[in-house]
Design a protein around this ligand. Structure first.
Ligand SMILES: [Zn+2]
Length: 382
């Protein structure tokens, strides 16, 4: 680990950014994050011991909204077609306060590429995702994370599926390890046993820390029938550094489970809900139905009326951190404005906070001395 850290520190100093051409850069990423990050800055566990780590997720949904990815398959072919768009999205999330640049290898595994008939692109697509994320991470001083996810073929009764799942995880861990990730995320599992297979692959092929998160559907138990707290306890015992939940549930229906998980484990805990207004009756974003569309299922492209406000994400961040949950993020549906709200809930001012709302300057609602009475008198008619 030590020699790798030194090698990284050397490559860091070589890629020192050139001075900005203009005296007042529009995007202050470089100002806010020192170009020469200390070695300890890339140590996830040291950072979690000191405070919160913010991790933006939800790349697939945001790229779908921007018109670069098809909902349904949710495979990021954009990595080949428009790598600059992926890079910009990473930059947008860092600008908004993410401490982590996570490689977009979610659903770039062998099984998912078979579904879309692109298995031959497996290796270059993983390397493309890792390369883009690494470049952004090193440029911005953020943590560089590899990513594994649900394979969709795990079946507890089918031993052959376990072998294939192990192969999928082992090869993705290998490419991420080659790229020099600072830690691994393995996420969105609904079988705890599949999450443990991901953890075992990480432990077998890497010394980097592992963040393992389950995703809870409508039921209050994993698909093998474990409570999320029990599932996380077992994953911790299997050697995970951070355990918790991501995706599927919004803040309102993830938090009761997060409290139980925080009480059940000793290690660091992760909470990355989707930014949607889920309810006890419809606790997951896949279960939400829209009364304005004759009760149709809103997932995945009709979720807009359920999007959480920035304030709701701010409140989530404050509550979760108050419980001692240090690894925080927002998953599918998150935009940079949500990540900024989360960062601000932790008392931070990421570069994007320069543009946080200030209604004192508003044409009608403002308190600025230049806002005329003829405007403020008209407020009640707006
Ligand atoms: Zn998600």
């Amino acid at each position: 680990m030590a020699s790798r850290t030194k090698a990284r520190a050397r490559s860091k100093s070589k890629s020192k950014p050139k001075p900005a051409r203009r005296p007042a850069p529009r995007i202050a990423v470089r100002e806010a994050r020192p170009a020469k990050a200390k070695a300890a800055d890339r140590d996830l566990l040291a950072r979690l011991a000191k405070g919160a780590v913010v991790c933006a997720e939800g790349y697939l949904f945001e790229l779908e909204r921007r018109g670069y990815l098809q909902a349904g398959a949710f495979v990021p072919e954009v990595l080949f077609e428009h790598p600059e768009v992926v890079e910009q999205l990473h930059m947008d999330f860092v600008h908004a306060g993410s401490d982590v640049t996570e490689a977009l290898t979610y659903y770039v595994h062998r099984e998912k590429l078979r579904v879309i008939g692109r298995e031959k692109d497996l290796v270059p697509m993983n390397r493309a995702a890792l390369g883009i994320a690494k470049a952004v991470a090193r440029k911005t001083g953020t943590l560089f994370a590899g990513d594994l996810c649900n394979t969709n073929i795990y079946d507890p009764a089918d031993k052959a599926s376990h072998k294939e799942v192990e192969r999928i995880f082992a090869e993705q861990v290998g490419w991420a390890e080659e790229a020099g990730v600072d830690f691994f995320v393995a996420e969105t599992f609904s079988w705890a046993a599949e999450a443990v297979l991901a953890l075992e692959a990480i432990r077998k092929h890497s010394k980097a820390p592992a963040v393992i998160t389950m995703a809870m559907h409508r039921e209050d138990v994993t698909r093998e029938g474990l409570s999320p707290a029990e599932a996380c306890r077992r994953i911790e015992q299997a050697g995970a550094d951070v355990v918790g939940l991501n995706c599927h549930r919004g803040p309102a229906t993830i938090m009761p489970m997060m409290r139980e998980i925080r009480a059940a484990v000793k290690c660091h805990v992760a909470a990355l809900p989707v930014p949607y207004r889920t309810t006890p009756g419809e606790p997951s974003f896949m279960s939400l139905t829209d009364p304005c569309s004759n009760g149709a299922r809103a997932f995945p492209v009709g979720l807009d009326p359920f999007v959480c406000t920035r304030q709701e994400i701010f409140d989530f961040g404050r509550e979760a951190y108050g419980l001692g949950i240090h690894y925080l993020g927002v998953c599918c549906g998150a935009g940079p404005h949500h990540i900024r709200a989360l960062a601000e809930s932790l008392g931070r001012k990421p570069p994007a906070s320069r543009y946080t709302v200030d209604m004192s300057r508003h044409a009608f609602f403002g308190s600025n001395a230049r806002i005329r009475k003829i405007q403020t008198d008209y407020q009640s008619k707006l």
